[in-house]
Write a protein that binds this ligand. Structure first.
Ligand code: AHR
Length: 840
């Protein structure tokens, strides 16, 4: 027996390591990154009816008959809302932004019925009798033309739900002619138009707007009701601002939030709440951006705005309500302001004119004053008038959202200076991700990279922040992250794996928030909370976040994972090819060498026989191969040849489009291959990428920030050696990566100083048990019993649902047999948190 093997055996025996156990050594004497209380927060944006029809408790949809208003900054043309053809801030293109539009939107959620049938000739939307300037439209009814009672029905947000014994407060405005003294019946009706509750309200005055209100108490629970105003008499009437709220809102606020939904958010113990977005901060056009001043004050006078996620926001859950929510749940507010540019994936128009930017900066300063200014200031006074004299807990302002480029950096510099000058205590977040334009900023506190990637990406890149240089001059706030694709425990554990890396590097990554937060089930997306009118459930990633947030230690402890069996080294092997993504490009002078020997060259004359053009439009033009199709990921491979260690060289030129070019290698079939992706992430970096059955996984740590310029030839060289790949542009190393075949096992540990407990977080995303030996070094004392909290399921693709909302939730139980070295088995497909009382 060799000496090293003997030593290994001896050490195994001395530690009592069982066969197949990985060893996790936690050294209590070695504290690492401090973990700030700011780490886990939430990000609210009005998307997929997260607010209207979601968190915001309003039960009537399109309460002010304003849903047909065009998005600000657009005009109606040929059935479309068309934006002005202004230049996009990122590349000066004209995006010709438009969306299909129809006047029928004014009646979204409403139906007028007479004699049991839908009526079309009794009513119209009008702005002739504006209730106020901000919301001029109302529904006009000519009851004189009706043969029987006229029912004006609202179906709420996909049905109205009531709970037995609960109270519901309604209100509406009428402007009547010849109806004074008559009665309007206010009713809740079922799906067969049967009245289940009603109130008769006497119309007290004609020829002016009058306000009416009342309350229902539900006799029985139901979730398929509608709200109706029933007019039995002749006359004419305009109806506006029809609203109904449960009496029992979160913390009892009048213009309040749904108790169940807000309660689920509060249970995450978020340290901060980001509001109002997201892309809606930017808007379809600059005019369409959220203007916070329109979101405060009397809800009857809030104009609302079409939001770029496809419906009109009421602005009911406005700036004041957001700040109130922060206060209610003990969180810090994070307000996001527009930085002078609309969303570059929409119209992208921008303001850089000094006066316009000054106005935007003032808008942001006024928002801060509203939140924290004293009541002698203009906006502090407004806050008091709106019922809150004390300041709100606003701590952060983010300048813009997902912006890029020099124009952004210049505007950011101006916002930063102005905000810091007046409010040095506010922490200012820069919306740039890891981007070359960071160099253009004068001062940086925090940047905001976003990650919408596949589960595979999160597993592969759980260590992404371990690779950050120690000396980056800013902190990181991951404002949005989500494992996209099939919603399941598997994708939630991918996020858990990623969060172990976040926590380990919490001295640099100081805040994270998942996105999007809430979806109405009618949208069929997969966000953290899924709701409908009568219920809400948390997906498994809600519980992942809750477990991390509730078990946040104060400081990391040195944690070393030694696998029992080292991972086998990966050997790259397979076909090679070329590609582009949404980009037109040209390629020439391809050469592949193995061991210094030229194996293949391409002048492209034999492209048709030797290559397989899988996607795209590939044409040979002399010595140049041209790929012209945009809007897809184009891809062509060299047939019948397999390469291992090799060097791929060629020249490539981007013609136009949003990215650069790609060199494919290690392909085993059409779904499984790797690539050097030059100009990935809308041309922000050069990285490697893996394509596999789960989708596309970018293999990067975001340190690379090279963009591909159009209309110039680049010399490209890709070196492949075993598991290691290097990508050069014009002979300069851009990015290198070592591909590993590690098991999906992740661990991080830390110390809770107050409770004197070691907290160990273990993610096992494999389908079998993960046997570990936990070794706690340098503890003064260790209790023999602790606690374990486990989130797991037999089927990794399982998920919670309305039918089984609590199918996969954390299970808390005792943990016994703890010592300075003890065995533990993590269940298949699980996140396990151990809390071990330990003195140090
Ligand atoms: O979370 C949805 C959207 O994704 C956000 O609005 C935006 O910031 C990101 O692109």
């Amino acid at each position: 027996m060799k000496q090293s093997l003997l030593l290994l055996l001896l050490s195994i025996l001395s530690l009592n390591i069982e066969e197949g156990e990985d060893v996790i050594t936690i050294d209590l004497s070695q504290e690492e990154a401090e973990i700030p209380s700011s780490l886990y927060g939430i990000f609210f944006e009005e998307i997929t009816h997260s607010g209207d029809g979601g968190l915001y408790a309003e039960m009537i949809r399109n309460r002010g008959f304003e849903d047909g208003n065009l998005p600000s900054g657009t005009m109606l043309k040929d059935g479309h809302a068309v934006a002005k053809p202004l230049h996009c801030y990122s590349n000066d293109s004209i995006n010709h932004f438009k969306i299909a539009w129809h006047d029928s939107l004014y009646l979204e959620g409403w139906e007028v019925k007479c004699d049991g049938r839908t009526a079309t000739s009794l009513h119209k939307i009008t702005d002739q009798k504006p209730l106020n300037r901000a919301t001029p439209h109302s529904l006009f009814l000519n009851l004189d033309k009706a043969q029987s009672d006229v029912w004006v029905i609202n179906s709420g947000y996909w049905g109205i739900a009531v709970t037995k014994g609960e109270k519901y407060n309604f209100q509406f405005y009428l402007y009547s002619t010849d109806l004074s003294g008559c009665v309007v019946k206010v009713a809740l009706i079922d799906s067969k138009d049967q009245i289940v509750s009603s109130r008769n309200i006497r119309i007290d005055k004609d020829n002016s707007w009058q306000h009416y209100e009342g309350t229902f108490t539900a006799d029985a629970s139901a979730n398929d009701l509608r709200f109706a105003l029933i007019f039995p008499d002749k006359g004419k009437v305009n109806i506006d601002f029809v609203s109904m709220f449960p009496d029992n809102t979160f913390r009892g606020h009048k213009n309040g939030l749904r108790k169940d939904v807000a309660g689920m958010l509060e249970a995450l113990h978020p340290d901060f709440v980001r509001w109002p977005g997201g892309c809606i901060v930017e808007g379809l056009t600059m005019d369409n951006r959220i203007k916070w001043k329109e979101t405060i004050g009397d809800i009857v006078e809030r104009p609302g705005e079409y939001n770029l996620w496809g419906y009109r926001s009421t602005y009911g859950f406005g700036y004041h309500e957001f700040l109130q929510f922060c206060e209610d749940i003990g969180a810090n507010g994070m307000f996001v302001c527009n930085a002078g540019m609309s969303c570059l994936f929409r119209n992208g128009d921008y303001w850089t004119d000094e006066r316009q930017v000054d106005d935007l900066i003032q808008e942001a300063l006024d928002a801060i004053e509203y939140a924290i200014g004293d009541t002698s200031t203009t906006y502090g006074r407004k806050r008091a008038e709106n019922g809150h004299a004390q300041p709100f807990p606003l701590k952060y302002v983010e300048v813009g959202n997902e912006n890029i480029g020099l124009r952004y950096a210049r505007n950011y510099n101006r916002f930063y200076k102005a905000i810091k000058k007046k409010y040095p205590q506010i922490e200012v977040i820069c919306a740039l991700m890891f981007s070359p334009y960071l160099q253009e900023t004068e001062e940086l506190e925090i940047i905001d990279p976003h990650y919408y990637e596949t589960a595979g990406w999160f597993y592969k890149n759980a260590d992404v922040y371990d690779k950050l240089p120690d000396n980056i001059p800013y902190k990181i706030y991951v404002g949005e992250y989500a494992a996209i694709g099939r919603s399941s425990l598997y994708s939630s554990l991918a996020e858990a794996a990623y969060l172990t890396g976040v926590e380990r590097n919490a001295d640099q990554v100081q805040m994270v928030s998942y996105a999007p937060l809430i979806e109405h089930a009618a949208h069929g997306k997969d966000h953290l909370l899924v709701l409908k009118n009568d219920s809400v459930y948390g997906r498994t990633n809600y519980y992942v976040l809750k477990m991390f947030s509730e078990n946040r230690p104060d400081v990391n402890l040195s944690t070393v994972l030694k696998p029992a069996v080292p991972a086998t080294m990966f050997r790259t092997k397979g076909y090679i090819g070329l590609g582009t993504n949404n980009t037109e490009a040209e390629f020439k002078d391809l050469k592949v060498t193995v061991d210094g020997q030229k194996i293949t060259t391409a002048g492209w004359e034999d492209f048709a026989e030797k290559w397989n053009a899988i996607r795209g439009s590939w044409k040979v033009d002399g010595e140049v191969l041209h790929q012209s199709q945009k809007g897809i990921d184009a891809f062509a491979i060299l047939k019948d040849m397999e390469f291992e260690d090799c060097t791929i060289e060629l020249k490539a030129k981007k013609i136009s489009g949003s990215e650069g070019f790609r060199v494919v290698f290690g392909g085993t079939d059409l779904k499984n291959y790797f690539m050097a992706d030059m100009g990935s992430h809308t041309n922000e970096s050069v990285i490697f990428r893996e394509m596999n059955d789960e989708g596309s996984i970018s293999l990067f740590d975001y340190r690379n920030t090279t963009s591909i310029l159009a209309n110039q030839w680049y010399t490209v060289r890709i070196e492949i050696k075993g598991d290691h790949w290097r990508c050069f542009l014009n002979d300069e190393l851009q990015y290198e990566y070592t591909y590993t075949l590690d098991k999906k096992h992740y661990v991080v540990s830390g110390y809770d100083r107050e409770r004197e407990e070691v907290i160990v977080k273990l993610v096992n995303a494999e389908a079998e048990n993960w046997k570990v030996r936990l070794q706690l070094d340098n503890a003064v004392s260790i209790a023999s019993e602790g606690t374990k909290i486990v989130l797991s399921a037999v089927d990794r693709f399982d998920e919670n649902s309305f039918e089984a909302p609590l199918k996969i939730v954390p299970v808390i139980s005792g943990l016994s047999g703890i010592s300075d070295s003890f065995s533990f088995s993590c269940q298949p497909n699980s996140l396990t948190i151990l809390r071990i009382p330990c003195k140090k």
